[in-house]
Each structure stands twice: as C-alpha cells, then as structure tokens.
Design a binder for this molecule. Structure first.
Ligand SMILES: O=C(O)CCC(=O)C(=O)O
Ligand SMILES: [Fe+2]
Length: 292
C-alpha cells in the first residue's frame, strides 16, 4: 500500500464526485496519509507577526484553542495579539471543518470537532519526557481524555513562511504494530477506570479500549530498540501543504519543522465507511472481547 494518497485540491471546499469521496475515505481508513500539496492555509498581513516561537508559553508543547468556547490556552500573548491568535486558529478550525465535510461527506452525521493547536516552536529541538516526546513513533492516545473507542482524525497544515518542510516518520501498519506489543500489555486493573475518573485524572471513563491504546502508545515510545529497528518511512510535508491522517491508526513521529496548525476531530466507529478498519474492532478481534 502507498503511504501517501495525494489529492490535488487547492480549496478548503472541494467538490467531489461520489466515487471520489468513497475512494478518499477508504484511503484514510486504510491508514494512508491524505496529502494535499497545494492546499495552504493563508495568513492575513496582520497575522504574519504570529509566526514566532515567542507566543508559546514555554511550558506546553502547543498553543491550544477550543472552537466551542473560543478560548486560547498556553500562549504568552496578551491583548490584541491574544485575540489575533484566537481569530487565526478559529479560522483554521472552520476551514478544517469544511474540508472534512467536503472530502468525507459520509462522516457529516457523526463527526465531532475537538481542539485546534498551533505549533510555533521547532519540533526537532524540544526535550520532554519520553511519553510526551512526539519525535518518537507512536499512535495517538490521550491519557487524560479517553476517546472510548472513537477515532482520532487530524488535519495538519504546514504554514512555515520560509519554505521549510515538516519532516515526519511513519511506522509499520497497525496490523503489525499492535500484535507485536499486545502480549506485553497488562490487562486493565479491575476498578481502575472508576478510580481514575473519581480522582479526576481522566475526563470521563478510561475504557479498556483506552487502556490498550494508551499502553500501545507508551510501550512503543519506551522501546528504544523497536524505535531504532522497526520498519519506517520518511515523509516530507511541504510548506504550504495540508495533510489528513487517522493518528490513532498510523504510527507517526515528527522529526523537525516549525509553524504548523492542527485540528482534531472525533468520529464514532459506527460512522466509518468500514468500521472493521478501526483500531477498536481490530483490538477486539485480537483480545477476543468487547473493549467499550
Ligand atoms: O507536531 C507534529 O507534526 C505531530 C506531532 C504528533 O505526534 C501529533 O500531533 O499527534
Ligand atoms: Fe501523535
């Protein structure tokens, strides 16, 4: 299977024939990265000054925006700059929402918009704990925010003004990755999901699915021998491009790059074109029982 599915659209509201939409959805659900090399997110003249790492608060990895409340978090910006960051990220959230609606019309009923992030800091130079280090190959799983089986679909746009690509590495297919790590994953501890929720460690119940995905995420990152020797492919994501990927399915790592916008979406497995391709259904098959 090709790693990339290139789509030539240069608008956030492309019009697709039905069979084209079915095709792009199948590519995504099968674990391809949909790359739109000609779809750039344009900044207004009075937003260019936002292209600086100074707007990060220096603690969190990314500046974050909630499209529901329009709240911006983890930025040092105040006053008019703070508002400008909110406007830019809000516009990105809207653009990304329109794009998924156009490319994957079948998702319209089930899809839910999550957080928007802005990443103004060089991705190659960050030091953090191993579990938080996205320079290591991983599938996405959020320790504090269980998805309870829902898919994590993410749209990224490289807005680097100097033509610098964002360099990613993609790992082996989920069908190879998960069976490799599953035997090492301990069973969820009875009562632990109740405890985590009661103590306020998780927002909502950490289901057995979340347990397995989080373990997969952690074990993959913590295994330095695996990181060095596993099958991998380098992918260069050009400045001025946009890409879309199920980050819960496709092992990925960021090697370098600066200035990126990202929008997260959640999709119930039942709303997929082919639910059997979800990590939930695959894990349930391998573990031999329901996980949510
Ligand atoms: O910042 C990036 O390019 C990707 C980081 C990552 O692993 C993620 O957003 O899930
Ligand atoms: Fe990730």
């Amino acid at each position: 299977m090709e790693i990339l599915k290139t789509l030539d659209f240069a608008t956030w509201t492309p019009v697709l024939q039905n069979d084209e939409a079915v095709d792009s959805t199948r590519a995504l659900e099968s674990g391809q990265v949909a790359l739109l090399p000609h779809l750039s997110f344009e900044l207004a003249a009075d937003e260019r000054h936002l292209l600086s790492p100074q707007w990060s608060d220096g603690k969190a990895k990314n500046i974050s925006y909630d499209p529901q409340t329009r709240m911006v978090k983890h930025t040092s910006a105040t006053g008019a700059d703070h508002e400008a960051i909110g406007r830019m990220m809000g516009r990105y959230a809207e653009s990304a929402h329109k794009l998924v609606g156009s490319l994957f019309p079948a998702y319209a009923k089930g899809i839910r918009i999550g957080r928007t992030s802005y990443r103004p800091v060089e991705a190659g130079g960050r030091s953090s704990s191993i579990r938080k280090d996205d320079r290591l190959l991983h599938v996405d799983a959020f320790a504090a925010s269980p998805v309870q089986g829902e898919r994590i679909l993410r749209i990224f746009s490289n807005i680097n003004p100097n033509g610098k690509p964002r360099e990613w590495t993609l790992g082996e297919p989920f069908d190879d990755l998960a069976p490799r790590f599953l035997p090492k994953i301990p069973k969820p501890f009875p009562g632990s999901s109740w405890l985590l929720k009661t103590l306020g460690i998780t927002k909502g119940k950490r289901t057995d699915y979340d347990h397995y995905m989080l373990q997969l995420h952690d074990q993959e990152k913590l295994d330095s021998h695996y990181q060095q020797t596993c099958p991998k492919t380098a992918v260069s994501l050009p400045a001025g491009s946009t890409w879309i990927v199920y980050t819960d399915l496709v092992p990925h790592a960021v090697k370098s790059g600066q200035y990126c916008l990202e929008q997260t979406f959640y999709l119930p497995v039942a709303a997929m074109q082919e639910p059997a391709l979800s990590p939930l259904r695959k894990l349930e098959k391998w573990v031999g029982r329901k996980l949510v």
